[in-house]
Design a protein around this ligand. Structure first.
Ligand SMILES: *[C@@H]1O[C@H](CO)[C@@H](O)[C@H](O)[C@H]1NC(C)=O
Ligand SMILES: *[C@@H]1O[C@H](CO)[C@@H](O)[C@H](O)[C@H]1NC(C)=O
Ligand SMILES: *[C@@H]1O[C@H](CO)[C@@H](O)[C@H](O)[C@H]1NC(C)=O
Ligand SMILES: *[C@@H]1O[C@H](CO)[C@@H](O)[C@H](O)[C@H]1NC(C)=O
Ligand SMILES: *[C@@H]1O[C@H](CO)[C@@H](O)[C@H](O)[C@H]1NC(C)=O
Ligand SMILES: CC(=O)N[C@H]1CO[C@H](CO)[C@@H](O)[C@@H]1O
Length: 826
């Protein structure tokens, strides 16, 4: 009954499972899967196998498959189907006329293969299935794969190595694919693959249990220590963005963040009172660097207790003053509630009253960890009272300070102890919960080779619903964001803005993300772009890394380059540690000040166009793209230095930031003609060019021919409120035409309107004796002061020569008003 395979001269013994068909229709197949083996050996442990399994294959759509393997008794953990996990699974699929794929089930020795274009694109073989250990192997077609994060890895591509998905608070750590695990805050068991045919697919392993992915010698082994196997496959075409869209549709899409969230954010740990906040904002304004949001870390709280404000150091009159300076405010909010003030603290008192804190599996008293406020209790986001508690506590905080958004942190959840710190029963308000006692679990295998309780809760702790912590650990962050989103809605926020640390598939519906506590190093600068790309796949397109670095002292050169890269981060925040030297841009010398002035000014001038790109995607799909997302057939875009360091916003603008200490770089220009967005200088496509960019300059940015963008033309931009309705249209026609878009919004800060906004299509056509601009629908206030056309010689009556001689400028103002959708320039 054993199959013995020789592999690298090592004997590997696989269990043999056989499948017996129960149902076999085209959209739904079901098998009984059995083995006669009793145990299997893994890492020195004897693993007791589940003998009776069920395999189900749902052909959900012509391009979407769901494969499940679960224990016949159906006792293993499954991700609930209630929000935020109300993904678009198809329970009873209908038959389609055609399917893009074939599914082959080898019954004799269970193996599942999904094929298309005559090649196997997904394999599930070498199964081991037990209560605390599930393993299978997938054989990728090639090495073109991306995803499976969150990872702080240098390079976007998924590489050979061992990776762990178990949310963890670990600052300033770089993934090397080796043990012990270097896993960080989020878990996304999602892999984008390019098939031999050139088409792309996405595999989503819908599991929240601790997971290892071992990718070596062309095999990819998935190991979890709980749950079931549920694989979702999404099949796309030659454009990776279309399969990404399908995956996002499955998740339920992502939310459109508010316009102001795209402004510049300043934060730091160590802003000890509100006078400092005022000073920081004023310094930015004095130095002519646009700023929209000021943040506080732990400092604003009363003794680091969540839902409290120290009114002496942070009096409300100062918040009024900040508002008067034109900035918004975002405070930090962790999850754990300190116990030391007892009932004097509202968060503690209400938490006890609603009984929403987790209980220790070892003592039956409330579970006590240690976080910023000291000894702390942790909310159970599966508790039926959590919604009312969370809403009331947010209201309580809002009464103390009218924040504009929230920074939702430490929600892995982070704990400074390994499991329970003090097996304490010293606080006498705990009723003993005998039903919460639970034996320690012995695991045959530990993903990451770091104890599961390391810096978090113990794996055997029980949540409401009898969920073991290890199975729902990876869901803690998304549950936190989900309830925080509801609480912000209750407070009247139309587009709730929260930046969260721990994420899971679906988080993008409720929150945005920053990549956590990075280091002020060139490696972290470089790898951050790959992270922005990863989160485009994961469905949280609004993402950013801490600009200039969080841990350690930044340098002026690093910070200059980081500002240039952050020009392209959807979420742009300068933040650092209380122990590091200050890094507000104005404190770092003239180069940093100039880099910030120029790049942030340019970012603001393009912000409405950038926001329009988010609106165009209609809550699905990627925004910041690696070059191969847009030019997938061009193999030169797959070179690492191109894939990792260049990007395209939407389809129209390409960025090529310098991510090291040099002042030049080689950049690849895909097939098209490209123009420097600022000067109009032409770059021919399908070749590498050397670019020069000094530290204090605007990041290299280019417009693709065939497209146009719309830019605010204000000389001085203080914040987003100073963006008016006067624009420059920059066009790069190809075959005499350039197309572009703009949101149909008069006021981008009107949140009700923004979530319903329509897109205006603009077209610029170069005719024999004139240039024509048309809109497909009217816009009440689009005043175009200047039209700049790159690559078009100035031979019209109203034309003046541009920066380079082959550019035309038409000086307006031209009003494309309420009923005017056409403009002709001679
Ligand atoms: C698959 O194989 C069949 C039979 O050999 C062939 O007719 C067909 O063109 C192939 N399809 C693709 C997409 O390669
Ligand atoms: C605020 O904090 C700063 C820096 O710690 C300190 O210099 C200043 O005196 C404080 N201001 C007030 C009003 O407390
Ligand atoms: C919810 O809170 C109420 C009010 O304090 C309490 O009586 C009830 O026991 C709580 N529910 C649960 C399931 O703990
Ligand atoms: C977590 O694990 C690391 C590495 O094994 C260890 O150095 C650290 O002390 C552990 N942390 C806690 C809180 O146990
Ligand atoms: C204009 O084009 C956009 C984008 O294609 C579309 O959403 C919108 O409905 C169009 N407007 C009209 C009036 O057709
Ligand atoms: C009350 C008490 O003993 N608290 C301790 C719990 O554990 C943390 C971390 O080890 C200590 O710092 C606390 O003093």
């Amino acid at each position: 009954m054993l199959i013995i395979i020789l592999l690298n001269l090592q004997l590997v013994v696989y269990t043999r499972y056989t499948a017996t068909r129960l149902k076999n229709t085209v959209p739904f197949k079901q098998y009984k899967v059995n083995t006669n083996e009793i145990t299997v050996q893994r890492t020195g442990h004897e693993i007791k196998l589940e003998q009776n399994l069920i395999l189900e294959i749902r052909q959900e759509k012509s391009d979407q498959i769901d494969i499940q393997i679960y224990d016949e008794a159906n006792n293993h953990f499954r991700i609930p189907s209630s929000p935020p996990f109300d993904y678009n699974d198809v329970k009873d699929p209908q038959q389609f006329a055609n399917y893009d794929y074939e599914i082959d089930v080898e019954q004799n020795c269970l193996e599942i293969k999904v094929q298309r274009d005559n090649a196997t694109i997904f394999t599930l073989s070498d199964l081991i299935f037990s209560e605390r250990y599930i393993e299978f192997t997938h054989y990728p077609q090639n090495k073109q794969m991306w995803g499976l994060g969150e990872r702080n890895q240098v390079g976007f591509r998924f590489r050979e190595g061992i990776y762990t998905l178990y949310a963890r608070d670990e600052p300033n750590i770089i993934e090397d694919g080796k043990r012990p695990g270097k896993h960080v805050y989020s878990s996304h068991p999602v892999l984008l693959s390019m098939e031999e045919s050139g088409k792309f697919n996405i595999m989503f392993y819908k599991s929240s249990s601790p997971m290892d992915i071992k990718y070596e010698q062309d095999q990819m082994k998935f190991i979890t220590i709980g749950g079931i196997i549920n694989i979702k496959l999404f099949l796309g075409d030659e454009y990776p963005r279309s399969v990404i869209k399908k995956y996002h549709q499955y998740l339920g899409g992502w939310m459109l963040p508010p316009f102001w969230g795209f402004g510049f954010h300043q934060c730091r740990w160590g802003y000890q009172n509100s006078s400092v906040l005022i000073d920081v904002v004023q310094q930015y304004q004095k130095n002519k660097i646009p700023i929209d949001i000021i943040w506080t870390d732990l400092d604003y709280m009363n003794d680091r207790q969540i839902f409290s404000v120290d009114k002496y150091r942070f009096p409300s009159k100062d918040y009024q003053y900040l508002k008067g300076l034109g900035v918004r405010y975002i405070p930090l909010l962790d999850v754990a509630v300190g116990v030391k003030y007892g009932n004097e603290d509202e968060g503690y008192k209400k938490g006890i009253e609603y009984d929403i804190f987790l209980y220790s599996p070892d003592t039956g008293y409330r579970f006590e960890g240690y976080v910023w406020p000291g000894d702390s209790y942790f909310p159970d986001f599966f508790h039926p009272n959590i919604s009312i508690y969370w809403n009331e506590m947010h209201e309580h905080l809002y009464k103390q300070v009218e924040f504009d958004g929230l920074w939702v942190d430490m929600n892995e959840p982070a704990n400074f102890c390994q499991g329970e710190c003090n097996w304490s029963n010293k606080v006498n308000d705990h009723p003993i919960r005998k039903d919460r006692l639970n034996k320690e679990i012995d695991f045959p295998y530990i993903p990451g080779q770091i104890p599961l309780a390391n810096k978090t809760l113990p794996p055997h702790l029980l949540h409401y619903g009898e969920y073991l912590h290890k199975d729902v650990h990876n869901l803690y962050g998304i549950m936190d964001s989900f309830y925080t989103y509801q609480a912000l809605k209750e407070l009247g926020k139309v587009q709730p803005f929260q930046i969260t640390r721990s994420t899971f598939p679906g988080t993008g519906k409720y929150a945005q993300h920053w990549t956590g506590d990075n280091g002020a190093s060139w490696d972290f600068l470089y790898l951050s772009l790959g992270q922005i790309f990863q989160f485009q796949i994961f469905g949280i397109p609004m993402v950013g890394a801490d600009v200039c670095g969080f841990m350690g002292d930044t340098t002026d050169k690093l910070c200059c380059r980081w500002i240039q890269l952050a020009f392209f981060y959807p979420f742009f925040r300068n933040h650092n540690n209380d122990l590091s030297k200050p890094q507000e841009f104005y404190k770092l010398g003239s180069h940093v000040i100039q880099s910030a002035q120029k790049n942030i000014h340019l970012r603001y001038s393009l912000l409405k166009w950038f926001y329009s790109i988010f609106i165009r995607e209609q809550n699905h799909g990627s925004i910041i793209n690696p070059l191969f997302f847009i030019f997938p057939n061009d193999y030169l875009t797959y070179r690492d230095f191109v894939m990792d360091t260049q990007l395209i916003i939407g389809e129209e603008l390409m960025g090529a930031p310098i991510l090291n200490e040099g002042v030049t770089r080689i950049a690849y220009f895909p097939d098209s003609i490209w123009y420097d967005l600022i000067t109009g200088l032409e770059f021919k496509g399908k070749q590498d060019h050397t670019l020069y960019c000094s530290y204090n300059e605007i990041v290299p940015i280019f417009i693709r021919s065939g497209y146009l963008v719309i830019q605010n033309i204000k000389e001085i931009i203080k914040n987003i409120k100073s963006l008016d309705n006067h624009y420059r249209l920059i066009a790069a026609p190809m075959n005499s035409e350039a197309k572009g878009i703009f949101a149909d919004l008069d006021n981008f800060e009107d949140e009700e309107k923004a979530i319903e906004a329509d897109i205006i299509n603009l077209k610029l056509i170069v005719q024999e004796k004139s240039v024509k601009i048309t809109l497909n629908q009217s816009h009440s206030e689009l005043i175009i002061d200047e039209i700049l056309i790159y690559g078009l010689e100035c031979s019209y009556q109203q034309c003046i020569s541009g920066y380079y001689k082959y550019n035309s400028i038409f000086k307006g103002p031209f009003s494309l008003g309420q009923d005017k959708t056409e403009l002709e320039l001679k």
